[in-house]
Unconditional design. Structure first.
Length: 299
C-alpha cells in the first residue's frame, strides 16, 4: 500500500473517531460543489453546504490564509477554488475546532506547505485520539488565550472562548475587514452540535456567543461554521433565546426525574423548529445533546 493511500485511510478513520456528531460516511463527495462568496476586499467564503461548512479565505501578497480545511475528500476542490482567486501559496490554516468536517483536510494542506494553527486544547485532544495520525494532521502552531497574525495587510485576531462547542475552540476576527469566523458556536439558525465529549457545554455555547458580541462590532459580518455565508447579531440573539428556553425546559425535566427518552418525546424545541435551516443535527439530536450535558451537572 502506498503512503498516500495509507494516509487517506487514516484520515477517514480519524474523521469518524473525532467529532462523530458530524462524521457522515454516506456523503457523496463527488457531487458536492463549493460556492465562492466575496465578503470583503481580499476575503472570501468557500461554502460547502451543511455537511462541509464554510472556509474563510484571505487572499493577498503574503499568500493565502484559510479558516478550516473540511474533509480530506474535498481538498482538491478547495485548492481549485482558491487557485481561482489567487496563485499565491496556502501558508496558514487555522482550525476552529477538532471535528473532522473542519480538520480532516489538514494533512493535505500541510503537504502543500501550510502551517496548521489551533488552540492548544484542540491539538492535545487530536493527539490523544490519533496515535497514528498521518503526517501534517496535527497543528504545528498552538496558542493559549489569543494570537494575532499580521497577514495580507490584515490584523487577524485568533482567540479562544471558554469551553463552548468544544474546549479547544478558536474564533477568528479579521479586524480591518470587520469580518469574523465563529466556527460552530451558535450563529446560523440551525440546531448546532455540542461537543459534549470534547469539553463542550450548553452554557459555554451561550457564553461564547455573548462574548463574541462584546469583542466584535454590531455591524460585523459573521461567518458561521455551517450554512450562511453571513449572519448578524440578530441570528445570534435568536439562537441565544432558543438556547435559554430549551436549556431551562430540559433542566426542569431533569430535576423532575425525567429520562432522556421522555424529554426527547416531549419536544422541548417544538416552538423553535419552524424557520430552522436544517443541518446535521435534528431537533431530537439537539435535545439529546443538551440533556447529556445538563444531566451530568444537575443530577
Amino acid at each position: 500500500m502506498k503512503i498516500g493511500e495509507l494516509a487517506l485511510i487514516l484520515v477517514l478513520v480519524l474523521t469518524c473517531g473525532v467529532g462523530s456528531g458530524y462524521a457522515q460516511p454516506n456523503i457523496d463527495f463527488a457531487k458536492l460543489e463549493l460556492q465562492t462568496v466575496k465578503v470583503a476586499d481580499g476575503l472570501y467564503v468557500l461554502m460547502g453546504g451543511p455537511a462541509q461548512g464554510n472556509i474563510a479565505v484571505s487572499v493577498g501578497n503574503d499568500g493565502i490564509f484559510l479558516v478550516d480545511s473540511m474533509y480530506g475528500q474535498m481538498h482538491q476542490k478547495i485548492v481549485d477554488a482558491v487557485r481561482a482567486l489567487s496563485p499565491q501559496p496556502i501558508r496558514y490554516v487555522v482550525n476552529t475546532h477538532l471535528h473532522g468536517d473542519h480538520t480532516a483536510g489538514n494533512a493535505a494542506m500541510a503537504k502543500l506547505g501550510a502551517a496548521i494553527i489551533s488552540h492548544e486544547n484542540m491539538r492535545k485532544r487530536m493527539a490523544d485520539a490519533q496515535n497514528a495520525a498521518p503526517l501534517g494532521m496535527l497543528p504545528v502552531l498552538t496558542y493559549t488565550d489569543s494570537l494575532t497574525l499580521h497577514f495580507n495587510g490584515e490584523e487577524i485576531l485568533i482567540y479562544h472562548p471558554a469551553p463552548a462547542h468544544t474546549d479547544g475552540d478558536s474564533i477568528i476576527y479579521f479586524r480591518k475587514a470587520n469580518v469574523v469566523h465563529v466556527g460552530d458556536i451558535p450563529a446560523s439558525l440551525r440546531y448546532p452540535n455540542i461537543g459534549v465529549n470534547e469539553g463542550g457545554t450548553v452554557d459555554g455555547m451561550m457564553a461564547a456567543a455573548r462574548q463574541l458580541m462584546k469583542i466584535v462590532k454590531p455591524d460585523t459580518k459573521i461567518i458561521p461554521g455551517h450554512l450562511g455565508p453571513i449572519v448578524s447579531f440578530k441570528e445570534i440573539e435568536q439562537q441565544l433565546t432558543m438556547f435559554a428556553a430549551v436549556r431551562d425546559r430540559i433542566a426542569a425535566a431533569i430535576k423532575a426525574g425525567k429520562t432522556e427518552a421522555e424529554v426527547v418525546a416531549s419536544k422541548p424545541t417544538k416552538d423553535f423548529d419552524d424557520g430552522r435551516m436544517g443541518g446535521a443535527i435534528t431537533p431530537d439530536r439537539f435535545v439529546s445533546l443538551v440533556y447529556t450535558d445538563l444531566s451530568r451537572r444537575l443530577k
